[in-house]
Ligand binder design. Sequence first.
Ligand SMILES: [Zn+2]
Length: 202
Amino acid sequence: MELLIAIVVGYVMLLFVCSVVKKEKKEKRKQAHREWIKSIENDDVCLPWSVECPGACPLPNPRLTIELVPQTAWFSNVRSHVSKEEWDVIRKACYRKAGYRCEICGGKGEAHPVECHEIWHYDDNTHKQTLKDFIALCPHCHKVKHAGLAQVNGEIEIVLQQLASVNKIQREEAQKYFDWAMKQWEHRSQYDWKTDISLINK
Ligand SMILES: [Zn+2]
């Protein structure tokens, strides 16, 4: 009986320690992200302005692509244009349509199966971003889409591994593609983007 009590107490203590460590890790990531945003806001030489267009993508038609939102368009996403209730309707319909599986790799997340990702088209001539679709993605594929944020959160290895495994490429090629995507992001972040979200009214 005493042994059983000791096991139960030990287990509960272990759960408690795990939850504290997890919470601390999450808070650390959040803090790093807040500091990064602050450094960009306070320091306008943070970005290498006048970055040339990086040219053609080094990967021909990758199945899983990186889709970095230009810094100048960070707060013009769908969620900032609709109420929480409307966004819930959109994202839940997106999950259902995909059968709660990632539409790129077919996988599922552990904590939750899929997340709703907005697909935008960026016209580099007119600097207009147009909402094209919503897609259900597993958390790892979604991290790849926002790889810049994942890097800030110390999750770049997850991104490179997922890119390599879904696109069936070497890690070095995944790294090269990521570097290219970051250059494209820097280039696009030099411009103000007009937003077209007429898709959600259709
Ligand atoms: Zn996936």
